[in-house]
Design a protein around this ligand. Structure first.
Ligand SMILES: [Zn+2]
Length: 660
């Protein structure tokens, strides 16, 4: 044994050596609870006091990281109110610089409820847009509940909920001569708002609960499919040390382990569902010996996690991506609370694959689903039905005045809103608004690029033709040009995103006062401004619904107001445009060209001059098609069936008066 003084010296040398070589050596310290280590110059990690994962009495909050910049300190995760005080005290032992920022990795109490303590210490609270929304909307009630009852925390009762002050969408960077910190939102993982903090100089990634080390996974607010993609993005970073939300420090392999859990859990649950097994049998069948090695717990005892994945895969939970990525929202609809509400008994559905019909029966076992092939069959079956999915015409509505819900299988509903349906005050109508954003926006860009990059002039099918095409080419570029998008709904927004990525300045027009201007859109105005904006645009795109107000909205005076060099793209509806006026403008070269996925009528008659005009690109109304759109459509149908059965508000409700 060494004398005490020497032993202390050894420990001291080891510690100093460790602190500044950890990034190279890959050796990670064995830390005690509440211990603090400097894991890179000016970067401190505090290992949280968390012993038993499910015993709230000893639940001591989350891990914390703080970064000492030249003039200030940034803290990652606010922890619980009491632990926040402990962390502030620990920071004070490492630096006297002011604590200027605290970053909430997500909205859960052990990561965000200490915000007030940090704010009192002078810090600005940073969070992703989704975390900020979650803390503002549901936060006050959840905060109050966390302080209530015998398990309620006293420190929460004695504090208050401080919501974030500084909100970011995708990335926020802090840099000085000492540190560079990138705070990033990669998508829905543990929650809809997970913010990861990356220090590229030190190759350190702080994950919050999007990656934990041990039996700490909580899936209640997660989207496991999206979580896997988030972890894949994190794996693309150059990382040596992962600071998880809970559990020990680890190397980069922790990201892979966390991902493996969700990948295998999803695979095994899916296998059980495909084999027609019930949940208890699926849970028993989960087999992951490596998971026990990692977390000390058998995977098939993690009932809540397996249940969550099972619910995701069988449509029992909300398809988060539809709401978050596509911005679809709930409408008012009959709920269980309404007087005289009864559970639906009979729903007419399009002839479905047996597997899909089985999925619907799983989420609504008491409903009798009647598959039909045509609208005429749907009308025949309509009497006595509570809802019709995928078909809508006057005969169906007339056949049953008690119909409570019609789900239309299109985004544009001008043909479906028959007077009988508009008049009915009990029949809620839903459509596919916003779900076709990505594919239709791709079509808009494809038509535009076909015009600007001379793709339409055809294939270079021989050496001779190759030369001629090259000489004749007038290929143009989108960079620096201005696009005017008429209709800033789901499709218009996705077109704007793409146009901005091409270096274009995007102006939007929409009558809806509730729409806020996204960061990638330069200006957003009401339709009254259209004639002022048309002369400024190099590209005009129609992306609005066809209604009484919009029919024929684009005519001779609109084409005359456009630049001679401007392109016109219509991926919405042919009826929006005075087609003869458009043909005149194209023939006279009053505009540079048109890309059309829609015409009036469809298909065009053989005699239409549009077929032959050299400055026109035509596609046969295919904007709505893609595997992704089909998948989203199915999941919306399924989710709306679940909601209708449960008496919850439906998604994608049409305003029958407005016509969209
Ligand atoms: Zn959490």
């Amino acid at each position: 044994m060494m004398p005490v003084s020497q032993r202390w010296l050894c420990a001291f040398i080891a510690w100093v050596g460790f602190a500044f070589s950890i990034a190279q050596s890959q050796e990670l310290p064995k830390m005690k609870f509440n211990e603090v280590r400097e894991i890179a110059p000016g970067v401190f990690f505090r290992y949280s006091d968390i012993r038993v994962p499910f015993d709230l009495a000893t639940f001591g909050g989350s891990n914390n990281i703080w970064i000492v910049f030249e003039d200030y300190v940034m803290v990652y995760d606010a922890n619980f109110p009491k632990e926040a005080q402990d962390v502030i005290a620990a920071i004070r032992k490492t630096t006297d610089k002011p604590i200027r920022y605290v970053v909430d990795s997500h909205h859960h109490g052990d990561h965000a409820y200490g915000n007030a303590a940090f704010a009192k210490a002078g810090a600005t609270v940073i969070a992703s847009a989704n975390t900020s929304r979650l803390l503002r909307v549901n936060g006050p009630k959840e905060f109050e509940d966390a302080g209530k009852g015998k398990d309620g925390r006293k420190d929460i009762r004695d504090s208050y909920l401080k919501v974030p002050d500084l909100i970011f969408d995708e990335k926020l960077v802090f840099e000085d001569s000492k540190q560079r910190v990138e705070i990033m939102f990669f998508g829905h993982a543990h929650t809809a708002g997970d913010a990861l903090l990356y220090m590229p100089k030190h190759k350190i990634l702080c994950t919050g609960d999007s990656c934990t080390n041990g039996p700490f996974n909580y899936l209640g607010h997660s989207d496991t499919a999206s979580w896997i993609r988030v972890l894949e993005k994190a794996e693309q970073l150059d990382v040596k040390i992962v600071c998880p939300g809970h559990g020990k420090l680890a190397g980069k392999e922790l990201l892979g382990k966390q991902k493996r859990y969700f990948v295998e859990l999803r695979e095994q649950v899916k296998k059980g569902i495909d084999a027609g097994k019930e949940f208890p049998d699926i849970l028993k069948s989960i087999d992951m010996p490596w998971h026990k090695e990692w977390t000390t717990i058998e995977a098939n005892t993690r009932k809540d996690e397996t249940r969550h994945v099972f619910d995701e895969m069988t449509g029992r939970t909300m398809p988060w991506d539809l709401v978050e990525d596509f911005g679809i929202y709930e409408g008012p609809s009959p709920t269980k609370k309404d007087k005289g509400w009864t559970g639906p008994k009979k729903i007419i559905v399009p002839a479905l694959m047996p597997a899909r019909l089985r999925e619907l029966k799983m989420i609504a076992p008491d409903i009798f689903f009647i598959p039909v092939k045509t609208a005429a069959e749907a009308a025949k079956e309509a009497p006595g039905a509570d809802a019709v999915i995928g078909f809508c015409n006057a005969d169906i509505v007339k056949a049953n005045s008690n119909l409570r819900w019609i789900q239309i299988g299109h985004a544009g509903v001008e043909k479906h809103l028959v007077p009988e349906l508009v008049k009915s005050d009990i029949c809620v109508t839903t459509n596919l608004q916003r779900l076709h954003g990505p594919n239709v926006a791709d079509s808009a860009m494809a038509l535009l690029l076909a015009l600007t990059r001379d793709v339409r002039t055809g294939n270079a099918i021989s050496a001779d033709r190759w030369k001629k095409l090259k000489e004749a080419s007038r290929a143009d570029e989108l960079h620096g040009k201005t696009m005017l998008i008429v209709g800033m709904g789901g499709i218009g927004t996705q077109i704007a995103r793409r146009a901005e990525a091409f270096g274009m300045r995007v102006m939007g027009i929409d009558p809806n006062e509730a729409i806020t201007k996204p960061a990638f859109v330069f200006s957003l105005d009401r339709p009254a401004k259209m004639m002022d904006l048309l002369p400024k645009a190099d590209v005009v795109v129609l992306a609005c619904p066809l209604t009484k107000e919009t029919r024929g909205m684009f005519g001779a005076s609109q084409f005359a107001a456009m630049k001679k060099s401007a392109y016109f793209v219509n991926i919405a509806r042919g009826g929006l445009v005075d087609q003869l006026a458009m043909i005149d403008a194209l023939k006279a070269k009053a505009i540079a060209g048109a890309g059309l996925d829609v015409t009036d009528p469809e298909p065009l008659p053989d005699a239409s001059p549009l077929w032959k005009l050299p400055n026109v690109v035509l596609t046969p109304h295919i904007g709505g098609q893609s595997d992704g759109a089909r998948d989203r459509t199915w999941r919306l149908f399924r989710e709306n069936v679940r909601r209708f059965n449960a008496g919850e508000p439906l998604l994608c409700v049409v305003d029958k008066g407005k016509g969209y």
